[in-house]
Design a protein around this ligand. Structure first.
Ligand SMILES: C[S@@+](CC[C@H](N)C(=O)[O-])C[C@H]1O[C@@H](n2cnc3c(N)ncnc32)[C@H](O)[C@@H]1O
Length: 215
């Protein structure tokens, strides 16, 4: 399972935000929704081996961890508005989705929860080791900052566990773009190792064809 943690210091923790104003009233919920899309969607399919935990630290009830799981998600489409609408419904306890959980939890207990599963943490950091020099480990947790970056105290906390700081180069990317690049690198690695993607749509996607006949 590939896991992503997004630290979202402004993302609101109540359903009272407008789908017409995700950046303002949602506290950069647009950024959150884009990261969820990049973490879980490919063309015509979901990444069933991936999940993303968003640590929402905005008002009025911070912190809250919003998790989306690719293997269980039902009826969500990859556009920002639909993803944000599901966050809103789940925060309001109006509707349940087996692939979405919302918990009253902060960043450090989340890291502590994942660490005993033998997880290796990669902190995405402009000054880290270049990704091209790193053999990415499977089943890792990638920790990404929001538009402001990861707070130093949270970075230091992750450093207590098995970790590496990695950089994608000198270009400062959006958090969602970092997730896309990481998936791309991991997909290349899996294909080199002879990995068989589980569905024909996924296989078609990974080898660059529009469709494949069902087998
Ligand atoms: C938009 S960036 C935040 C930039 C912010 N101004 C800063 O100084 O960190 C959001 C997050 O993406 C990740 N990131 C962006 N570009 C990166 C790069 N070239 N290498 C590694 N991580 C990067 C970092 O985790 C960063 O906290």
């Amino acid at each position: 399972m590939k896991q992503f943690i997004l630290y979202a210091r402004k993302a609101v923790t109540s359903p009272d935000f407008s789908l017409e104003d995700l950046p303002g009233s949602g506290g950069r919920m647009d950024l959150v929704a884009r990261c969820i899309c990049s973490a879980l969607w490919i063309s015509h399919d979901l990444r069933r081996d991936s999940c993303i935990h968003v640590v929402a630290c905005g008002g009025p009830n911070p912190p809250v961890v919003i998790s989306f799981y690719g293997d269980r998600l039902r009826g969500v489409s990859p556009d920002e508005r639909n993803i944000a609408a599901w966050i809103k419904k789940t925060l309001a306890s109006r509707k349940k989705n087996p692939g979405i959980s919302i918990r009253k939890l902060s960043f450090q207990p989340l890291v502590e929860e994942l660490a005993p599963e033998g997880k290796f943490f990669y902190i995405l950091h402009g000054k880290g080791r270049n990704i091209s020099e790193e053999k990415l480990k499977e089943d890792s947790v990638f920790v990404i900052g929001d538009h402001i970056g990861l707070p130093r105290k949270e970075e230091e906390f992750v450093e207590r566990f098995e970790h590496e700081k990695i950089s994608l180069g000198t270009t400062p990317y959006l958090a969602s773009q970092c997730i896309t690049v990481l998936h791309y690198e991991l997909d290349k690695k899996l294909l080199r190792s002879g990995f068989e993607p589980e569905s024909s749509a996924r296989k078609a996607e990974m080898i660059g064809r529009a469709t494949l006949p069902e087998q």
